[in-house]
Design a protein around this ligand. Structure first.
Ligand SMILES: C[S@@+](CC[C@H](N)C(=O)[O-])C[C@H]1O[C@@H](n2cnc3c(N)ncnc32)[C@H](O)[C@@H]1O
Length: 565
């Protein structure tokens, strides 16, 4: 048995904890302590009596919780006990890891390994939240009132003064920020939900379970947690063979959560997800909440499985737009084929041109799909920029470098999967609705008159070599103009004429873009027979804009007209 574990195991047993004697505790370079079976075992049960469970019952006086699910006092209590060498829980406290690897306390050089990823972009925000939890608590108790604003620290100072000491559990005062950060990370990586032993407690309330918290995580371990006369029990009924590790199961966690909270990753993690945060004006959110019940705006609790991350903020109701004022968070993964649907619904809604259009119509659906794909592509590009100038150095821990690499790979895998799914969905929609879609390629193939006569005629006063078209959007505008001017829509394109007629019934203000296009093509036009007015071009321009979507590929984009239902 590993020397460090020996003391805590002996102590826990002496207090009534039970764990099969065939289980050994060994030290692993990267995982820390591991529980390994010395013999084949069936029906493993570990029982932790209430006397050694650390939780609200111990957090009295200034450490007492102020509201349901408040764990802040417990964090301070933990660092207080550690600094005073608490006798009662000494063996437990001494056995806590001497080095934490959560990405929150990596060095600035190591943070570079996460550049361009969601985790890399959110670390400072996460630390800032913990910092304000700390300042609020100590100021409320008059322990200090001179703490600095978090934004005043530069990364090096933050690391040297707080993160490095916190990662090693070394601090001079129990009430310092490094002490608090250490406790926070200990709870984050080792705590269990209290509701298992007290169903009436708040679901965000947590406890520490000496001995049981020596079990590492496997997402495939089938374990049961339950309460037995106040004790916390874990049972694993799958059977474990000699030499195998006995695992707990921390829940369906992706590498982002594992790396930020626990400081490790799992290769090919099936629970990997990528978070997309969409920030919208409050008015838009209000409209969705009031008028679009089919558009689901998820809340964090819809995704969170573990008590420690459950929101304890009961002030905000999710039916209230302000709940989403800092952004709506969507999580996408490779496991749930439907995870893109709520996102696509929202992007379709945002692609609606006016009140007469419904977000479920084909055009906004296709435009929404393009915008969502572009947003995912941008994330993919950002996460693909590898920090190549970072050479292995003393400032970069090889294990952390490995973790960052696996995490990044997982993020890219999820994004690639989502982009491929959207491409497939687009392909299906194209096949299903091919008679409602018209692109320039089809027009040029079928409408020889436009190519040979009508288009050149629009520019008969110009040197033909000088006329050039920037994109398919412009050409579609010119096609509409030519067809209307010459009254020459082919039978198969009759729907365009009809749709156009409906569209010009609405009031049209001259847009800046239409004006620019007009001056580019027609301002010097002299011939009266083909003269195009700014109003005509504006109508055609707005028609194409409101009745098409633009499909973007890596180097080009294509505008496609859509027949409304
Ligand atoms: C609840 S503790 C488990 C006991 C821990 N090994 C120890 O030495 O105290 C959680 C920590 O164990 C490590 N850990 C747990 N599961 C792991 C895994 N599957 N791979 C690598 N490290 C793991 C991480 O450092 C994590 O923060």
């Amino acid at each position: 048995m590993s020397q460090e574990a020996f003391e805590v195991v002996q102590w826990a047993r002496s207090k009534g904890a039970s764990i099969p004697s065939q289980i050994d505790f060994v030290r692993d370079e990267s995982k820390g302590i591991c529980t390994v079976c010395k013999e084949d075992l069936q029906g493993v049960k570990i029982r932790i009596p209430s006397s050694i469970i650390i939780g609200r019952k111990d957090a009295r006086g200034i450490f007492a919780p102020r509201y349901d699910g408040d764990n802040t006092g417990l964090k301070f209590l933990l660092s207080f006990w550690k600094s005073e060498n608490n006798v009662e829980f000494g063996p437990y406290l001494r056995n806590l890891p001497s080095q934490l690897d959560s990405a929150l306390i990596w060095s600035p050089d190591e943070w570079q390994l996460l550049r361009g990823t969601n985790l890399g972009n959110s670390i400072k925000e996460k630390l800032s939240t913990i910092y304000s939890e700390w300042t609020t608590w100590i100021k409320d108790r008059g322990l200090s009132n001179d703490s600095l604003d978090f934004d005043e620290f530069d990364d090096q100072q933050l690391y040297q003064d707080f993160l490095k000491p916190a990662s090693r559990g070394q601090f001079s005062s129990w009430s310092s920020f490094s002490a608090f950060l250490w406790s926070h990370l200990i709870l984050l990586s080792r705590a269990f939900p209290e509701y298992i032993i007290d169903p009436h407690c708040h679901e965000g309330s947590v406890i520490l379970l000496p001995l049981l918290d020596l079990l590492n995580h496997s997402a495939h371990s089938k374990v049961q947690w339950y309460s037995e006369e106040g004790a916390f029990c874990l049972e694993q009924n799958d059977g474990i063979t000699k030499g195998q590790e006995l695992f707990n199961n921390y829940g369906a966690k992706g590498n982002e959560e594992l790396l930020a909270g626990y400081g490790f990753v799992q290769e090919d993690n099936e629970f990997d997800y990528v978070a997309l945060k969409i920030k919208l004006p409050l008015k838009t959110i209000e409209n969705i909440l009031e008028n679009e019940p089919r558009i689901k705006l998820p809340t964090l609790d819809d995704y969170t499985t573990f008590a420690f991350e459950k929101s304890t903020d009961k002030k905000k109701d999710k039916a209230d737009a302000s709940y989403f004022e800092n952004g709506i968070r969507f999580f996408i993964n490779t496991q749930n084929e439907n995870c893109l649907n709520p996102l696509l619904d929202l992007f379709s809604y945002l692609s609606k041109t006016d009140v007469t259009e419904n977000w479920t119509d084909l055009r906004p659906r296709l435009q929404g799909l393009q915008s969502l794909r572009a947003a995912l592509k941008l994330k993919q590009d950002q996460a693909s920029i590898l920090p190549d100038e970072l050479k292995p150095s003393a400032a970069i821990h090889p294990y952390r470098q490995y973790c960052a690499g696996i995490y990044r790979q997982g993020q890219l895998r999820v994004l690639k999967h989502a982009i491929t799914s959207l491409k497939q969905l687009e392909k299906d929609l194209f096949t299903q609705h091919k008679h409602q879609l018209l692109n320039l390629k089809k027009i040029l193939k079928d409408d020889a008159r436009f190519v040979d006569e009508e288009l050149p005629n629009l520019f008969q006063d110009k040197d033909q070599d000088e006329v050039s078209f920037d994109d398919t959007f412009e050409l579609l505008v010119l096609w509409i103009l030519a067809k209307l001017k010459n009254d020459s829509f082919q039978e198969k394109h009759e729907w365009i004429r009809k749709q156009f007629k409906v569209s010009i019934n609405k009031e049209q203000t001259i847009t800046e873009e239409a004006e620019l296009l007009y001056s580019h093509f027609f301002s010097e036009q002299q011939t009266t027979t083909t003269k195009i007015t700014l109003e005509e071009l504006n109508d055609a321009y707005n028609f194409v804009l409101n009745n098409s979507f633009t499909r973007s590929a890596s180097s080009s984009s294509e505008t496609i007209l859509v027949q409304s239902a």
